[in-house]
Design a protein around this ligand. Structure first.
Ligand SMILES: Nc1ncnc2c1ncn2[C@@H]1O[C@H](COP(=O)(O)OP(=O)(O)O)[C@@H](O)[C@H]1O
Ligand SMILES: [Mg+2]
Length: 349
């Protein structure tokens, strides 16, 4: 299986990793075409980091097999290592050094002569919007700047395959957008990116194909269009002027939209989950139709918003349970960089 003939960056079959009783990765099959962003979407504890660590040769699988650009990750680990980079792992940034010092040092460690290392460092700092911070110690960087310098460090030598393990978890929206732009730029240079994320919108923005993983298993795989169609078009959230009109509004929405309508704890609030497959209308068209039906029936709507399906909704639709995996919370997470998860950053419905 060579890169030339298969065009695949990653191919796994029945990949397994267990930690004691926990089957962290429980028979994962992935096929990642070269030259794309592939999204691995799943909640905390789903097995994303463990999968990435096996593919990056940092962990040895207990079962199954995997090839990276045609190389077996166990028997040909050196060849695999020569072609991949994992942000925050191989290239560790030193907090006490400046941005420039870090990138020049890592460039030197990779075998570049000093002038070349300096040039590359300056290029990357510029490309990642860090020129102004180039002379500052990394410990004074914001979360977003820190994430960007980590990615810069991991692409000093342009890798064929870059693993980005939850690169935006905990970042504010502006910093997320900056990281997204960087990911797009990296792929435009020809690097394949395997991106793990807890956010459906992130996978949606960046990935061509997405595997949804839950409890160590791939529970859905496809293009974003396929995935979303299987879940529904999103939700309409309404707040009514008058709580007494809620039963009537719920009834109208149910009939107008063929939606599942849910009464929220707030007595004036309703959520309608739109069915995608049943209709060619966009979610916005369906919502507009629903609003006009309500107006015609004399229901006053104070506030209205249209939401994409959240990860919680995707999970509920695919698995029948929500993303808060109970067995993940009672195990101390020893998987390194994702210890920074802030529960409040988890996707809310
Ligand atoms: N080194 C380890 N020792 C024991 N359990 C682990 C270890 N690494 C991960 N796990 C467990 O394996 C499961 C999957 O973890 P992980 O791959 O980190 O998930 P994710 O990256 O999707 O949050 C979790 O239940 C986690 O607690
Ligand atoms: Mg993780």
């Amino acid at each position: 299986m060579s890169t030339q003939t298969s065009g695949l960056a990653i191919e796994t079959a029945g990949l397994v990793k267990t930690f004691g009783e926990t089957r962290a990765v429980d028979g994962v099959d992935l096929t990642v075409p070269a030259g794309t962003v592939y999204g691995v979407l799943g909640p905390n504890g789903a097995g994303k980091t463990t999968t990435v660590k096996m593919l990056a040769t940092l962990l040895r699988p207990d079962g199954g097999e995997a090839h990276v650009f045609g190389h077996d990750i166990v028997r040909e680990a050196d060849e695999v290592r020569g072609r991949v980079s994992l942000t925050g792992q191989y290239a560790s940034v030193d907090e006490d050094l400046t941005g420039t010092e870090n990138l020049v040092l890592l460039g030197r460690l990779l075998g570049h002569r000093k002038p070349a290392a300096r040039t590359r460092a300056a290029q990357l700092l510029e490309a990642f919007g860090l020129t102004d911070a180039a002379g500052k110690q990394v410990k004074h960087y914001s979360g977003g700047m820190r994430r960007r310098i980590d990615i810069a460090a991991s692409i000093l030598n342009t890798p064929d395959l870059l693993f980005l393990d939850e690169p935006t978890t905990g970042l504010d929206p502006r910093s997320r957008n900056q990281v997204w732009d960087i990911v797009r730029a990296v792929v435009a240079q020809g690097t394949t990116v395997l991106l793990t994320t807890q956010y459906l919108d992130e996978a949606d923005q960046l990935a061509s194909r997405i595997a949804v993983i839950d409890r160590g298993k791939v529970i859905a795989e496809g293009t974003k269009g396929e995935l979303k169609a299987s879940v529904g078009a999103g939700s309409v959230h309404l707040r009514l002027r008058d709580a007494e009109q809620r039963p009537l509004a719920a009834d109208l929405l149910r009939r107008a939209l063929d939606a599942r309508v849910q009464a929220e704890p707030d007595p004036v609030a309703l959520t309608a989950r739109l069915a995608a497959a049943a209709s060619h209308d966009t979610a916005a068209e369906q919502a507009a139709r629903a609003l006009s039906e309500l107006a015609r029936a004399g229901v006053t709507v104070d506030n209205f918003s249209l939401g994409q399906p959240s990860l919680d909704e995707v999970f509920l639709a695919l698995t029948g349970h929500d993303t808060r995996v109970s067995d993940a919370s009672d195990t101390s997470d020893t998987s390194g960089q994702d210890d920074s998860h802030d529960p409040k950053d988890e996707v809310a419905a």
